[in-house]
Design a protein around this ligand. Structure first.
Ligand code: AMP
Length: 225
């Protein structure tokens, strides 16, 4: 594992399907950072039928953004857990300017700051293809794709030998289109937000997963050194 500054904070920006989750998992393994995906936290809240989950479910199914209050509260609680002191990769948060400002306040309160906000840059047309073919191992969460990354043995996870593969309910064409609209309207402005803070780094994320992973590792290494 690579050496890193204590409590590094890395943000992965990019539209749905840009590869944030896949790359965050890679960085988690390589640098020992904790992947914080608000999408995963919300899906867990829905599955556990918590109050936040009940409020978020229909919004997520429509491909719209869950309220800043709910998401920020979920993120704040997770960030306060002891393992996050090792440093975090934020995957899917912030998604609005209000969330970005809340994050700045939250980090300032705990003496932390953002090391880098890395924008994974991709074309919308490519996103639809990527999202519609993706699935994950229900046991360990490893990501796969019908066209780009099949498991070596059909329906068996390469990592953990799990045999239950899952597809997300919101990965259908109609919801994906709405998620892209939400991204362009509400999240893309964060690129300028972090650029103004001199925290932004751009990465062309149209290539092969492994090539993007190498470039992203190098960027991360520099950002958290
Ligand atoms: P993701 O797994 O990041 O693609 O998120 C799936 C869905 O969860 C999104 O389409 C939103 O409905 C919701 N969601 C995840 N993160 C956020 C966030 N930071 N703000 C608002 N909604 C979110």
């Amino acid at each position: 594992m690579e050496a890193m500054t204590k409590s590094a904070v890395l943000i992965l920006l990019g539209p749905p399907g840009a590869g944030k989750g896949t790359q965050a998992r890679m960085l988690e393994e390589k640098f020992g950072l904790i992947q914080l995906s608000t999408g995963d936290l919300l899906r867990a809240a829905v599955a556990n039928n918590t109050r936040a989950g009940q409020q978020a479910k229909a919004v997520m199914e429509a491909g719209e953004l869950v309220s800043d209050e709910i998401v920020t509260a979920i993120l704040r609680d997770r960030l306060a857990e002891p393992d996050c002191a090792r440093g975090v990769i934020l995957d899917g948060f912030p998604r609005t300017t209000v969330q970005a400002e809340a994050l700045d306040t939250l980090l300032a309160e705990t003496g932390r700051k953002i090391n880098a906000a890395i924008s994974l840059e991709v074309d919308d047309s490519e996103m639809i293809t990527r999202i519609s073919g993706r699935f994950t191992c229900g046991t360990c969460g490893e990501g796969y794709h019908d066209s780009f990354k099949q498991p070596a043995t059909a329906n068996t996870c390469d990592k953990c030998d799990g045999t239950e593969m899952k597809r997300r309910a919101d990965d259908n064409a109609e919801t994906v289109a709405q998620r892209l609209v939400a991204y362009h309207d509400q999240t893309a402005p964060l690129i300028a937000y972090y650029d103004a803070k001199d925290a932004l780094q751009r990465l062309n994320a149209m290539g092969a997963i492994d090539d993007i992973a190498s470039e992203l590792s190098a960027m991360t290494q520099r950002a958290i050194a």
